[in-house]
Design a protein around this ligand. Sequence first.
Ligand code: TLP
Length: 343
Amino acid sequence: MKKFIDLRSDTVTKPSSEMRKAMYEAEVGDDVYGEDPTVTILQSNMAELLGKEAALFVPSGTMANQICLNVLTNPGDEVICDRDAHIFQYESGSPAALSGLQLSLIDGVRGIFTPEQVEPLIRPTSAYYMARTRVIEIENTHNRAGGTINPIENIKAISALAKKYNLYTHLDGARIWNASVVTNISPAEYASHFDSVSVCLSKGLGAPIGSVLAGNKDFVKEAFRIRKAWGGGMRQVGVIAAAGLYAVQNNISQLKEDHEKAKVLAEGLSNIAGVNINMENVETNILMFIPKHISIEVFQKKCKETGLLLGIGKVGEIRAVTHMNVSFEEISEAVNIIAKVLS
Ligand code: TLP
């Protein structure tokens, strides 16, 4: 099979041989009975890492987000989030389909909205004819905005606003690890400003599958019930929990290298006349750019023919995501391919 340089996503990362060894050696039990020892260790480690009372292992980031929203709300409620939020753009309409929610969208700046933008959207509780505002959701780092980090002061201010109005807060922290290695703010510090948090093990951390949600004990007890109701109860999944454990224990600090690769890639692209890119916007491992004078579909296809896989961001934008399975040499090669395609 032809070897591609795959920059479509950090989800394409494959389990290393050390990770596979941990999976092979994992002790397992039936997790629907709560008897898988490896899952139990993962969940308690994750609760600690996120500074929450409890955590729950789930198959995907989408399921983690959707269970959290479901537990925090009642049908007919409203969730305030950024227009480019993953829960709005990429979760198949699940807030409406699974929980009867409507989303109130904010045009944030590169995925980041302020308390001043949120406050006017909070509906008065006296207005019985309006949807009830129930949750404010923040994504950090923000995927569709290009891996942006939400400043902690902004998060604190939004969390304070939520408290003032008796609202819940949810953090889509699929890539909170990436934010954390840049800011040195721990995942627990980030999570402390939210009632619920979801994190992914299967992106830059390299596990083949798995996400975790966390919150207080009652919240996670209800999340456990919803996970089963939605078909997410899993049996001897210590084999994959072991991959997740390995990932959080070994692969967080290497994300810095992924960020360096993104910078190198951005620098290379900024020297190509046919590329529109803002170097300053590259904060973590996701970068967005616009190839000029060519449709992104044609551009994507030509790159693929030359051995480079790229994703799509917002309309007209190409998304490139760096990760542990792409080397610095391959990043240079990717720049050469793009230069050639656009020449
Ligand atoms: N994002 C995927 C695609 O869905 C776009 C990717 O390739 O980046 N929250 C955020 C911020 C995410 O980026 C993703 C996945 C999820 C949640 C959902 O995770 P999964 O794919 O495990 O359901």
